[in-house]
Design a protein around this ligand. Structure first.
Ligand SMILES: NC(=O)c1ccc[n+]([C@@H]2O[C@H](COP(=O)([O-])OP(=O)(O)OC[C@H]3O[C@@H](n4cnc5c(N)ncnc54)[C@H](OP(=O)(O)O)[C@@H]3O)[C@@H](O)[C@H]2O)c1
Length: 336
């Protein structure tokens, strides 16, 4: 069988590099095209030296017709706003797309435009795009022309929360999500807040009460569980390259053992979601598509703790898991 031909749009960024790295280990898929606005004409390995001698692809400017003809699926690794317009053109040219941005994740145009502050270029498609979390939406992903790859923080919150809300084991109106991320979560382009001297030996909250992943968490837990939740989400930037640790405070009348059982039953067929006895740490999942989560009792609350790698299960690993699902392969092919 011929390999699945993959194109990467926005190939000079961090998620693109992680996608290329993961696909080098994939037995059924290969990167055949990569685009950039500023570095067209250069070898991809010149922009990402870790690919030197491993991947021989030259960056080109985006030509929608050419990439659609050359690829079975395109990984669109662009920022939100820019992504939706490109995804529309690719789909109209007949290509299946995995969109890394937030442009098709939410189920309401009004919510998208309120939180992202831009008019959506393809509002008709909002609400009818598969959310790329095969743990819940495998059937839709299998048939999808567009898959909205989940946000990194939302992945670390939705996976622990959704089954517990669905089973009515926690109070849906009182959920506090405290998350910490490595600096690669902010992308590769230069910004003052992510300079070495700003982040090294320091940890800070940001976007308190205003982070765009908050509506994604609430929307998805609602779609999965059928219950409306109201969470309070506070992200923090931490001095590490990669990883997310989410500590989630909930009210629950059940024992921790019931929470653990609920997760183990819900994720029994999910190769990457692990309910563990120890306290998860970002190091335990770094560079992998695995998720570790556990629960503890603390006073009147229960504390849920979840660790992922933002560039893997939080972005590129999930995208490869989605690619596998779209093409009828085992979810974990190339990811173990
Ligand atoms: N980093 C993470 O952990 C993470 C996790 C989950 C989801 N995501 C999402 O994944 C997408 C990519 O993230 P990233 O971290 O890889 O970002 P990044 O490192 O900043 O790379 C994005 C790439 O897109 C291209 N680009 C930037 N602005 C553009 C524009 N206006 N029009 C067209 N191309 C543009 C740039 O390439 P050229 O300048 O070479 O064209 C850039 O290299 C984003 O939507 C992000 O929110 C990221």
């Amino acid at each position: 069988m011929n390999k699945i031909r993959v194109g990467i749009v926005g190939a000079t960024g961090y998620t693109a590099l992680e996608t290329a790295r993961l696909l080098l280990q994939h037995p059924e898929a290969e990167v055949v095209a990569a685009t950039s606005r500023n570095d067209a004409g250069k070898p991809l390995a010149e922009v990402h030296p870790s690919l030197n001698g491993r991947l021989d692809v030259t960056l080109s400017e985006l030509d929608v017709q050419a990439i659609s003809g050359d690829c079975d699926v395109v990984m669109c690794c662009l920022p939100h706003g820019a992504s939706a317009e490109t995804v529309k053109q690719l789909v109209e040219a007949g290509t299946r797309v995995i969109d890394f941005s937030a442009d098709f994740r939410l189920s309401s145009v009004e919510t998208y435009e309120r939180w992202y502050g831009v008019k959506h270029p393809w509002p008709e498609r909002i609400g009818s795009v598969a959310y790329g979390m095969p743990e819940f939406f495998a059937q839709q992903i299998r048939e999808a022309e567009i898959v909205a790859n989940p946000g990194c923080y939302p992945t670390s919150a939705i996976l622990p929360l959704a089954p517990l809300v669905e089973a009515a084991l926690i109070d849906p109106e009182d959920i506090i999500i405290d998350s910490k991320s490595g600096v690669s979560g902010a992308g590769r382009s230069a910004k003052v807040a992510t300079l070495y001297c700003e982040t090294n030996e320091s940890i800070a909250a940001y976007a308190v009460g205003t982070h765009r992943h908050q509506p994604e968490i609430d929307d998805l837990v609602n779609r999965i569980s059928g219950r409306v939740i109201e969470s309070l989400f506070t992200p923090h930037l931490t001095p590490m390259d990669r990883g997310i640790l989410s500590t989630i405070y909930v009210h629950s009348k059940v024992d921790v053992s019931e929470i653990i059982d609920c997760w183990r039953n819900r994720y029994v067929d999910s190769p990457f979601v692990h309910t563990v006895d120890h306290l998860p740490a970002t190091k335990f999942v770094s560079g992998t598509n695995h998720v570790q989560m556990t629960a503890r009792s603390a006073g009147r609350r229960k504390v849920l703790i979840c660790a992922i790698d933002n560039l893997a299960k939080g972005a590129s690993g999930a995208a490869v898991q989605n690619l596998n699902t779209m093409f009828g392969l085992s979810q974990s092919l190339g990811l173990t």
